[in-house]
Design a protein around this ligand. Structure first.
Ligand code: PLP
Length: 371
């Protein structure tokens, strides 16, 4: 064990082999469509510098990010892949996109006009995707803009259109009629527009079946182990585990309170373990008095408030050998999956992952396990 590992208050282990296995499963599921990887927000908190080379080695050739600077990080990790930036074409960024080879996803007619004018000035067609809004009312061409573009296909002259794309609002809810509605709207729009490949499904959308796959799927969360089918068992492998060391053990006999605001009251003999993880590490404060950690086959409840750097856990039920300074407790892992922690925190797995803090000692396993 390295000194760093021995000193670390908490260790975040990322299993790149599981990441690759998840991508491979989705690739096979969407074939013959292509499977990209959405790696925005530093690969959902796991680390683009490690995730992108592992996915590239497994055969992934197309990556999506939210912002241009993130695209540069993907470029640095894998110079020869396609990178698309979902956040559009910020004003004045045309040359930066051209020079870096990043493809903008154009979200409104203004961006289409700007990219077209820039391409004209360059004297050649330039690559881009165009986002159609089929019901999110967030990014992409709305119905009026779609009508205008369908009437003026020449507005696309000079644009090397790689994809028409849209994004599902309720893909994780199999009961919702919204996904089928969006599919219908997307098909209708495509029929009115010049032909180009199409991209539709996020992680959950992939599980709606082949009619949702089109030419390119865009999974994010499922790659990182979040369940894309919340109504049924998780088909994906867990990718991360988070273990934290016990800093101190306190045995309490008299009735007393624990932590800030005296939020937890102890009545009988109790053993409290304090661990060095807090909301500054992205361990959400909403887990106060609600979350659990795991050791030796037993879940132990978080008691009192999650503070900035510390959590207190009632370890009375754990065996003595699991409870001593330096012992590791599982905060996220096979016994506390990301989705379970998210449910206890009142949020979704995405937020748990993208909150993972910079203080964790990170260990990347199975970097070379790509097929
Ligand atoms: C984030 C995002 C994705 C990936 O979504 P998941 O639900 O994480 O699979 C796909 N497409 C767009 C446009 C996105 O913003």
């Amino acid at each position: 064990m390295t000194d760093l590992l021995r000193r670390a208050a908490a260790i975040l282990t990322v299993d790149l082999g599981a990441l690759v296995a998840n991508w491979t499963q989705l690739r096979d599921r969407v074939a013959p469509a292509e499977c990209s990887a959405v790696v925005k927000a530093d690969a959902y908190g796991l680390g683009v510098a490690h995730a992108v080379p592992a996915l590239r080695a497994a055969g992934c050739r197309t990556f999506f990010v939210a912002q241009f600077e993130e695209a540069l990080a993907v470029r640095a990790a894998a110079p020869d892949v396609r990178v698309l930036s979902l956040g559009g074409l910020p004003q004045g960024s045309e040359s930066a996109f051209l020079d870096s080879g990043v493809w903008p996803v154009l979200n409104h007619l203004g961006e289409i006009a700007a990219w077209r004018a820039f391409a004209k000035a360059q004297g050649r067609a330039l690559p881009a995707a165009i986002h159609l809004d089929t019901g999110m009312n967030r990014l992409g061409l709305g119905p009026d803009e779609l009508d205008a573009l369908a009437d003026h296909p020449e507005w696309l002259d000079g644009i090397d259109l790689k994809y028409w794309m849209t994004h599902l609002a309720c893909a994780d809810d199999v009961e919702s009629p919204m996904s089928a509605q969006q599919l219908g709207r997307f098909r209708t729009a495509l029929a009115r527009l010049p032909a180009a490949p199409a991209s539709f499904a996020n992680s959950s959308g992939i599980f709606h079946g082949p009619s949702f796959h089109f030419d390119l799927a865009r999974p994010g969360c499922a790659l990182y182990g979040v369940n894309p089918t919340p109504h049924t068992a998780n088909p994906m492998q867990g990718v991360i585990r988070l273990d934290a060391r016990i800093l101190q053990v306190r045995r309490i006999d008299a009735p007393m309170t624990v932590g800030y605001s005296a939020a937890h009251r102890v009545n009988g003999p109790t053993t409290i373990a304090t661990i060095g993880v807090g909301y500054a590490d992205g361990y959400l404060r909403s887990l106060s008095g609600r979350g659990h950690v795991y050791a030796d086959g037993i879940a132990a409840p978080i008691v009192g408030r999650v503070s900035m750097d510390l959590i207190t856990v009632d370890v009375t039920g754990l065996p003595d050998h699991a409870v001593h300074p330096g012992a590791l407790l599982e905060l996220i892992g096979p016994n506390r999956p990301v989705d379970t922690v998210a449910a206890e925190a009142g949020t979704i797995g995405y937020e748990v992952l993208t909150s993972l803090g910079p203080r964790y000692h990170r260990v990347y396993r199975n970097a070379g396990s790509a097929p």
